[in-house]
Write a protein that binds this ligand. Structure first.
Ligand SMILES: Nc1ncnc2c1ncn2[C@@H]1O[C@H](COP(=O)(O)OP(=O)(O)OP(=O)(O)O)[C@@H](O)[C@H]1O
Length: 602
């Protein structure tokens, strides 16, 4: 019953009630699967081996893609986890240490070991900048290979060890191929579920707009650890399968070139895509076979390929296949907010009490950016924060939203103290914000950008999402409906499916407000939202801000457009050189002598 109601609520009325057609995005995957299923008809076991290798590589790349392509973390040395999985499976299956385990049990153990080491390898990403993290993954790859060489009793050292023997019917070339293909299909499905969920969008937000991600309550450590566990387990399973395919493994089988292959498959495939890296993996597995005489040049070929991609098609295969983004957008479009949608979207939150700053001081070196600021915003109030350039307005917003830690003073929301230095904890208090320069994910659609704002409202866990359990579908349905309402409220619903990097600057400002509204904020902090807007757009922005405040949301508005401030604010605080110069109603501030001489002018 609920699902039927949800369908009725979607724009499109009757059409939305028809049975859903197969999403076009699935067609290339089904085409590839059909080809893969038909491959045994060739009867050529050499091709069985190549296709099995491609499937195994994809099992690793599918997980790694979430780390590199989605989260933007440079994990170059992922061959380490392939090595670890290959040796764990082989050692357990041959019984070098314990009584021999069946191949499937050994693979399962490898997955657990891979999950643990996936986190160990990944942990530096939570602290180190990208290139240093890349170096640590490479270092880990070297360590694993050296241990495999040195620990002769267990791994066979340089002589090697036999890979696991698969039971019937997977003990033939084609049987093993189908087994690997099955796991590859499962991985594609599972990573696809993550990609189309709040977790996938949060990963891209961490990559492209980390500060905005924090402001919406996304916890980078928790999210990355979940992904490292999944990708590590998948890479180790790929390692076990790799050992099965090779039948015999030595440390030399796990080269740096292999690590490069995984990494470059994702880059040529395109960031934030699944189809692109899948095609990239197939291409790079086939390349040495097609160009066999060039096998010795493979590192060189990869480097050339990488250069060509970076220079000629930075979006990779995915961008080439993204036909929807090339369709023209309506030329004479206008932003027409419809505040009526706010009523449904904002369903009142419990009244949070006043937002208070008492005697806040923050200095950068010798510069006192704010110096003993007192400020109080009431629920439902539009509070203007104005002052000359460098007077401390943005610093005040950054203190309220948790980015800066004041050296002195106290902040409270109602009776709760607001602890500094944890910006991702502000969303749970219902504090949302926009930025002086819009922090938007250009490669995602407008709708996805807005849905990111509601990430903390989702209830499904990472595992539930991976397996597409019902709570995941419920989350997605609710988030999409809320995001469409938020877009309608700010007047951008017609651009929902457009890529955000195709929008005009003024539209991006409204997208940021829509994203902030997804939190149904108790307090909304707006940093110069009218900058770059036409006078007509500023009027519409003003009405929108007032409509938001009528829902009970307190708005702290930093702005240089004095007309907007005096038109819509209930209260105005003026900063000068980091101190409060004046505070009062717009009428009082307009005629305040010091304010006029320091800021407003004659
Ligand atoms: N991260 C920082 N490091 C050092 N100094 C800073 C930093 N952020 C702000 N400041 C300094 O603090 C003071 C207040 O800056 P802030 O950006 O808060 O002013 P503002 O009122 O928002 O200015 P504008 O209207 O130009 O945005 C300025 O002197 C600025 O140079």
């Amino acid at each position: 019953m609920d699902a039927a109601k949800d369908h009725l609520a979607l724009p499109g009325g009757r059409a939305a009630l028809r049975p859903q057609a197969l999403p076009t995005a699935l067609l290339p995957f089904l085409g590839l699967l059909a080809l893969a299923l038909l491959l045994p008809l060739t009867g050529n076991e050499y091709w069985a081996m190549i296709a099995t290798r491609a499937a195994i590589y994809w099992v690793l790349v599918a997980g790694l893609n979430l780390i590199v392509g989605f989260a933007g973390q440079l994990a170059i040395g992922y061959v380490a986890l392939l090595t670890l999985g290959a040796y764990t499976t082989s050692v357990l299956a041959t019984g070098n240490v314990l009584p021999p385990l069946p191949a499937f049990a050994a693979l399962g153990c490898a997955a657990v070991v891979g999950a643990v080491f996936g986190v160990v390898v990944g942990l530096p990403a939570l602290r180190l900048r990208t290139f240093y993290f890349a170096m640590t993954t490479l270092g880990f790859a070297t360590i694993v290979t050296q241990i495999a060489l040195a620990w002769q009793d267990v791994t066979g050292g340089g002589i090697g060890i036999t890979g696991p023997q698969m039971p019937a019917p997977f003990d033939t070339a084609w049987g093993f191929y189908y087994f690997c293909l099955g796991i590859a299909v499962l991985c594609t499905w599972a990573t696809g579920n993550i990609a189309r969920s709040r977790f996938g969008r949060a990963l891209i937000a961490i990559r492209d707009a980390e500060v905005a991600a924090e402001a919406t309550g996304i916890s980078k450590p928790a999210l990355l650890v979940s992904v490292f566990i999944f990708a590590g387990a998948m890479a180790a399973v790929a390692g076990g399968l790799f050992a099965g395919l090779q039948t015999y493994i030595t440390p030399e089988a796990f080269t740096f070139e292999l690590s490069l292959l995984f990494f470059i498959a994702i880059l040529i495939g395109g960031r934030g895509s699944i189809l692109g890296p899948l095609l990239g993996t197939i291409l790079l597995t086939l390349l040495p076979e097609i160009a066999a005489p060039l096998a010795a040049w493979s590192t060189f070929l990869y480097a050339v390929l990488l250069l060509v991609i970076v220079l000629a098609m930075p979006g990779g295969i995915a961008a080439l296949l993204d036909f929807a983004s090339r369709r023209p957008l309506p030329a004479n479009r206008a932003i027409l907010p419809r505040p009526a949608a706010l009523e449904t979207l904002m369903r009142r939150r419990p009244a949070p009490g006043r937002l208070r700053l008492d005697n806040i001081m923050l200095a950068f070196g010798g510069v006192r950016a704010i110096d003993g600021v007192d400020l109080e915003v009431a629920p439902g109030e539009v509070h203007g924060l104005i002052g000359p350039n460098g007077s401390g307005k943005t610093t005040t917003l950054n203190v309220v939203s948790g980015y800066y830690q004041p050296q002195q003073g106290r902040m409270t929301l109602g009776d709760d103290p607001l602890v500094s230095g944890r910006p991702q904890a502000r969303a749970a208090f219902g504090i949302a914000r926009t930025f002086q320069t819009p922090r938007i994910i250009g490669e995602a659609t407008v709708l996805q950008n807005v849905m990111i704002g509601g990430t903390i409202d989702g209830r499904a866990t990472f595992l539930e999402t991976l397996l597409a359990l019902p709570r995941h579908h419920r989350d997605e349905r609710h988030l999409e409906q809320a995001a469409r309402l938020a877009l309608e409220a700010v007047g951008l619903e017609m651009l929902a499916s457009a890529r955000a990097d195709r929008l005009q600057h003024s539209e991006l400002r409204f997208v940021e407000i829509a994203r902030a509204l997804m939190l149904r904020p108790a307090y909304l902090l707006l940093d110069e939202p009218a900058a770059g807007l036409s006078s007509e757009e500023i009027k519409r922005l003003g009405s929108l801000i007032q409509a938001i405040s009528r829902q009970g949301t307190g708005v702290l508005l930093v702005e240089h457009h004095a007309d907007l401030i005096f038109d819509i604010c209930d209260h105005v605080t003026v900063l000068n050189l980091g101190r409060v110069l004046a505070s009062g109603t717009p009428a009082e501030i307009r005629v305040h002598k010091e304010v006029v001489s320091a800021y407003l002018g004659a």
